[in-house]
Ligand binder design. Sequence first.
Ligand code: C2E
Ligand code: CA
Ligand code: CA
Length: 517
Amino acid sequence: MASFRPATLDAAVITIAVAVIYAFSDFYDLPPKLFQLGTDYAEWDLDDAIFVIFFMSIGFAIFSYRRVKELSIEMKARRVAELEAKKLARHDPLTGLPNRRFFVETLGEVLLTTNSDSRSAVLMLDLDGFKSINDAYGHAVGDHALIEFAQRISAVMRAGAVFVRIGGDEFAVIVPNIKSLDDLTALARRIVTAVAEPILIGQISTSVGVGIGIAIAPSDGMNPEIMVQRADRALYRAKAEGRSCIRFFEPDMDAHVERRVAIETELRAAVAAKTIVPYYQPLVAFEGRRVVGFEALARWKSDKFGWVSPDLFIKVAEEIGIISELGDQLLRQACLDARAWPPELTLAFNISAVQLRDPTIGLRVLAILAETGFSPRRLELEITETALVDNIKIAQAVTGQLRQAGVRIALDDFGTGYATLSQLLSLKLDRIKIDRSFVDRLGKDKESTTIVRAVLGLASGFNLETTAEGIENDEQLASLRADGCLEGQGYLFGKAVPANEVINVLAKLKSNLRVVA
Ligand code: C2E
Ligand code: CA
Ligand code: CA
């Protein structure tokens, strides 16, 4: 279509040119020759040939001129389209901010002009608690919130800084030409304050935080990839330390993250190979030091890291989404092991907060009991106070379902969370486990003794059984007994042992009993 007009124009120009030449030249006898088929070219005069060449040259010149013009129009259109595409490819359609691609390119350019006299920085930002807005209110509301946060952060940006959206709820800032670290800290603080302002969603006012990790060039690196990696590591530390933390990169973060990544890999392999196993710590009735059951505690000896604490690997398993698989594996093994114990002994098993977030946990526990043939009446699930408070609705449903099947529920680490009395009572617990930290301070400070005494009184008032955790010496035992505590566990009675040593523990505690008696 577009080439139609110039082509017609060409034709007109050529026709006029031919007409003019025809009218004024003495080559009037040539055109008839041109159109006479079968003309003998030998009859052509030299001037005829010159005319043809001349005529063709003009045509060619006009054609070339038109073609060049057409091409330049085409090139211009293409350049505009390219610029548009380039802009789009470097632009986040939701927030209108530049995107990750622009960020990487700009960072490369900024680092080229960075030196010790003119330092620059990368800030990586990640919203805290944004996921729950998305989960609770849907993606449309989540998108709206992201736009709002992008605007708030833009409003506190420092002159010359480049603010981009990396993706999801992650943003980044490039700050060229830093005057001082205070300058950066001030910017990071302004961002935290801007984000922390409550946000109104429908009728509900809620708030999120933002973690910020900062890397500085040239001291932390001069290559865009390294700078981003280091700012990310600082961000990782900031997120681990709580809501709205700001952290500068430090060299030990590299080692820390590398170790963490290696642990994740090893842990996945260990779960796949089922090499994490339950050990068993005796639960003892003080009267006669009678073993009443065992608590299963996960133990992992990695080829690479040696013994890894369950406090660490349970958390990692939760974060990488394999806790259900690991939990099921451990429970299955514990039920099989416990079937070999004297029938009056119970099995206590830990359920973490993340496991409790899964509404199918109750059904899965019951399925494993059925599969292994272990009686639900011999199983006691330990759920931490924080886990219960965080998931009170699911906790009520799950504990109700399990108690109906005969499984007992114990509240673990009591005293470390913020459960209200009514929350606790709504759960219909069977037992409270007094946290080790209180037992540890028994006799050392008055407050612990008072708290332990109050918990014991509360428990007996509501007909709950109690277990004191972490009893290490006879003084602690005597103090607990004096206040009416009947059961406990701790190194005084024995550490967790592998399944095949349970029998020895039973025998040893019995012989102790004889000694004591
Ligand atoms: P927890 O449930 O409070 O387990 C008691 C912890 O105290 C165990 O640490 C145990 O070895 C330790 N302990 C027992 N007696 C004493 C004592 O007298 N003195 C001292 N200092 N410590 C004592 P462990 O085995 O390292 O487990 C730590 C935590 O890891 C557990 O705390 C539990 O929350 C979690 N955990 C362990 N196994 C599992 C599991 O299979 N599943 C889940 N979800 N969590 C588990
Ligand atoms: Ca426990
Ligand atoms: Ca505990």
